[in-house]
Design a protein around this ligand. Structure first.
Ligand code: FES
Ligand SMILES: [Fe+2]
Length: 455
């Protein structure tokens, strides 16, 4: 990599330098967000966390549910972000609606369960007021004991905006927020061929990690640490020549080549690349090309195999069959999108502790009944996992100290606790960013814009 030192690193790389400017793989223009330092207080100050409540979480689109979570009127799920809780339900007219999970009488939580079905509406367990699926108050206990001036107040549930994209239901507490699809920008078109709407969540694991949520976002927004923390994947992962694209609204993308060794490794067809070939039906003993030829060979083999297995790759370019196309949806979702499925990481703030966050690791796939089709190994599903999609996934709660998220995540989890401690040190002067970490700068620049606005 020494020969690269004269190159302007700010440009990062193009996975396909010949890609037409209008194509999904085109490199986005450079955006200058500086190189740091990023002030450390944001990662631990209670005051910052409180301001994020009103200036960030109350203003952005928060992913709350999937449409298939509430198939029938009265079906509901609850969604939590920080100290707020919401009910997402399907009303009698078929529309999905979202309400603060708060009774307008004296503030009790209406619903405690994660999910359920209440076709007759929601009854508050404190004094049995009942609300219809449209949020209106249907039954008031002992109405004669309320004065007219109390009864004439708005006694319906507080509703929030609720919009969908590809089956993902988002809510927004800000009535003046831009429409969801506008904030998703290029992702709306880029995601079309993947048919995310037809995918299903087949595994969801949740853990509380010992750092601020932004340490999590930062850590998963760069591949710079891979050689140090996850060296085991370097034989099949080009961590260095990543294409980084910065888009409006804090969104970013990183495309990294799989089935291609890191330049930090010897340039040879190593054992892991041979195993990758085996996975797609190539006999590595019959392969005599150079290392760079493995990735195109894997792409061709996947296409050849697709017809036999009934998979449809027709809407995808070759690079999408092997590489990680990783999108960051501001402020807290990461999606590694593949034709077979999505690896989704969700970083939510803890209700009261800026030094913790709620981390969901989610695997979505196109459900498969064909036993010949195995989930891709990078999804990390345990062997024999049911991918038929017949049963909705139940969230598994784990303790990060016990492991169980897979080798790569387990390597990150203990590291993040150490980063949190270091960031809080009086000796730390704020993060300095390389151009491999442009997505982090882009994320914090957008966050700073939200925090600069008064609530
Ligand atoms: S607080 Fe809900 S009915 Fe009284
Ligand atoms: Fe990592």
């Amino acid at each position: 990599m020494d020969s690269e030192t004269q190159r302007d690193a700010r440009l990062t790389w193009s996975v396909n330098p010949d890609a037409p400017a209008t194509s999904n793989e085109a490199k986005a223009p450079f955006v200058d967000n500086g190189a740091g330092p990023i002030s450390p207080e944001r990662y631990f100050a209670t005051d910052w966390m409180e301001r994020e409540r009103s200036q960030l979480w109350a203003k952005v689109w928060n992913w709350a549910a999937r449409e298939e979570d509430v198939p029938e009127p009265g079906d509901y799920v609850t969604f939590t972000i920080g100290r707020e809780s919401f009910i997402i339900t399907r009303a009698d007219d078929g529309r999905i609606r979202a309400y603060f999970n708060v009774c307008p009488h004296r503030g009790n939580r209406l619903v405690k369960e994660d999910s359920g079905s209440r076709p007759d509406g929601f009854t508050c367990p404190f004094h049995n007021w009942r609300f219809g699926l449209d949020g209106a108050l249907d039954k008031l206990t002992d109405p004669e004991t309320f004065r007219p001036e109390a009864r004439c107040r708005d006694l319906s549930l507080s509703e929030v905006r609720c919009e969908s994209w590809e089956g993902f239901v988002f809510i927004n507490m800000d009535p003046n927020a831009e429409p969801l699809l506008d904030t998703l920008g290029p992702l709306v078109a880029h995601a079309k061929p993947y048919r995310l709407r037809d995918m299903r969540i087949l595994r969801r694991v949740q853990a509380v990690w010992e750092s601020n949520w932004k340490v999590g976002v930062d850590g998963f927004n760069e591949a710079y640490h891979v050689h140090a923390v996850h060296p085991q994947i370097l034989p099949i992962f080009n961590d260095y020549h990543a294409q980084i694209d910065l888009y409006p609204h804090g969104m970013s993308r990183m495309v990294t080549k799989f089935a291609h060794a890191s330049p930090r490794m010897q340039d040879e067809v190593n054992a892991a690349l041979r195993a990758t070939m085996c996975e797609v039906g190539i006999d590595p003993d019959t392969f005599d090309g150079p290392m760079e030829a493995v990735r195109p060979a894997v792409q061709a083999a996947k296409r050849a195999r697709a017809a036999r297995l009934g998979l449809d790759y027709s809407g995808f370019i070759d690079n999408q069959l092997t590489d990680d196309w990783n999108y960051f949806i501001f402020p807290n979702i990461q999606m590694g999108i593949h034709p077979e499925g999505v690896s989704l990481l969700y970083f939510r703030p803890h209700a009261s502790d800026p030094r913790r966050f709620i981390f969901d690791v989610i695997v979505m796939l196109h459900p498969q009944e064909n036993p010949e089709i195995l989930p891709p190994a990078y999804m990390g599903l345990p062997e024999g996992w049911d991918i038929s999609g017949r049963e909705p996934a139940v969230t598994e709660h784990i303790d990060w100290r016990d492991g169980g998220l897979g080798e790569v995540f387990d390597q990150d989890s203990s590291l993040f606790a150490d980063i949190q401690m270091g960031i809080e040190s009086a000796g730390f002067r704020g993060s300095v960013l390389s151009e491999q970490e442009q997505r982090i700068g882009h994320f914090h620049a957008e966050l700073d814009r939200y925090m600069a606005h008064k609530a």
